[in-house]
Design a protein around this ligand. Structure first.
Ligand code: S3P
Length: 450
């Protein structure tokens, strides 16, 4: 679990051209959902390509605590013998979700309509994040929650013994909230309806349908209306987890800013609810090509080829695109530092309540490395210095946030002086092979030993 990891200071310095093939790990969102949905089926679900990062391993442990048999078969292959919808057992101990907001929020939803009680905790980052966004809609099913001030973990959830179905308009653009309500709706009789004004990642809807639930999605004037019929018998499946576009973002962005680079990142899902970064980079003038476009498991997939792009321009990122690239703004801000002119990012207040306040974490670190950043409550703007002009040279606080740590490591690859982070340990939550993968491409990322 990441909760007690010892800090790992890291540094990244200029390197020659990055080249080769970057096979990034499985998608974090789909990995969590495969374990949770597998645990809610009767029978054996098999999973290949599971992301074996700390966040997902914490979810695997949690599913065992709720009674599922979860087995690591080696090589990214896992087996889950589930307990069926409504079959969760009461865990004996506290459920520690480490650093993972997705893990804790989805699991709270999944257990919320069973007559059991569970207590959740996490690391310092997760214990500071708001949970009322999930416990408020869960209360409509009849679920009770008692946490610390401000709806923070540690928190005890008392599942509804006689849940009722709900109709809920999600007030913030959040796939975690939407998914928690849908997973709770699985064990409520009748139809649970979730409405989102802005489309967020739709893995839960797609996977629920794949596991045999009756679920419909309609685009209306109110937004996306998702209707789930409760108490289905989910069908155990094989899930082949695609590679994570949010992890692909790091080698792609590194290749765009390191002179002479040419990197292929194969098999990346381009589900429109996840691919906003790549569209944005192309609008900035990135040499980023989709090769071998195909459909796999009903999802658009391509091999991404990214080449050094010295002439990128700052742009205004459309706020309507925010949900489809919400995890990629930190690394986008690094690329924006090497572009010409300003990159303006609006409609992104959700960034302030991720694993860290990501606007604050990136703004402080970029400024320390010589890049001008302006910010407001729900926007920020990076003034690009152009290729070859980013000073670097500073140590940045990663604030227990994997994506902040990796973003600054990417900055160091093309800045004029090395860039360091105080703690790269959180990288293992989502991208445990980040260091060897970047090293194989030719990057100089090193752990700093005292
Ligand atoms: C996720 C949803 C997003 C994202 C997170 C993964 C998911 O969070 O930031 O990394 O798997 O549902 P929000 O729902 O809070 O936007």
């Amino acid at each position: 679990m990441s909760s007690h990891a010892t800090p790992i200071p890291m540094t990244s310095s200029a390197c020659g051209p990055l080249s080769g093939v970057a096979e990034v790990p499985g998608d974090k969102s789909i990995s969590h959902r495969s374990l949770i949905l597998g645990a809610m089926c009767v029978g054996e679900t098999t999973i290949s390509g599971l992301l074996e990062g700390d966040d997902v391993l914490d979810t695997a442990r949690a599913m065992r605590a709720f009674g599922a048999e979860v087995t690591d078969l080696g090589g990214g292959n896992w087996s889950v013998h589930g307990v069926g919808v409504g079959g969760f057992a009461e865990p004996e101990g506290v459920i520690d979700c480490g650093n993972s907001g997705t893990g804790v929020r989805l699991i709270m939803g999944a257990m919320a309509t069973s007559p059991i009680t569970a207590t959740f905790t996490g690391d310092a980052s997760l214990n500071g994040r708001p949970m009322a966004r999930v416990t408020d809609p869960l209360a409509l099913f009849g679920t009770q929650a008692v946490g610390r001030k401000g709806g923070r973990l540690p928190m005890t959830i008392v599942g509804a013994a006689e849940p009722v179905p709900v109709r809920y308009v999600v007030p913030v653009p959040s796939a975690q909230v939407k998914s928690a309500v849908l997973l709770a709706g699985l064990n409520a009789p009748g139809k649970t309806v979730v409405i989102e004004a802005e489309a967020t990642r739709d893995h839960t809807e797609r996977m629920l349908s794949g596991f045999g639930a009756e679920i419909t999605v309609e685009d209306t004037d109110e937004g996306r209306v998702i209707t789930l019929t409760g108490q289905p018998e989910l069908q155990a499946q094989h899930v082949d987890v695609p590679r994570d576009p949010s992890s692909a973002a790091f080698p792609v962005c590194a290749a765009l800013i390191v002179p002479g680079s040419d990197v292929l990142v194969p098999g990346i899902g381009l589900n429109p609810t996840r691919a906003g970064l790549f569209t944005t980079l192309r609008e900035m003038g990135a040499d980023l090509i989709y090769e071998n476009e195909r459909t796999e498991g009903g999802e658009p997939v391509a091999d991404l080829r990214a080449k050094f792009s010295p002439d990128m321009k700052g742009i205004e990122v459309p706020p309507a695109r925010a949900a489809s690239m919400i995890d990629e703004y930190p690394v986008l801000s690094v690329v924006a530092s090497f572009a010409q002119g300003q990159t303006m990012m609006r409609g992104v207040k959700e960034l302030r309540i991720k694993e860290s306040d990501r606007i604050d974490a990136m703004a402080k670190g970029l400024r320390a490395n010589g890049v001008e950043v302006d910010e407001g409550p729900d926007w920020w703007a990076v003034t690009g210095l152009g290729h070859g002009n980013v000073p670097g040279g500073a140590t940045c606080a990663s604030q227990l946030d994997h994506r902040i740590a990796m973003s600054f490591m990417i900055l160091g690859m093309a800045a004029n002086a090395p860039v360091s982070v105080d703690d790269g340990a959180p990288i293992t939550t989502s991208f445990p092979i980040f260091e060897p993968l970047m090293a194989r491409l030719g990057a100089n990322v090193a752990r700093v030993t005292a």
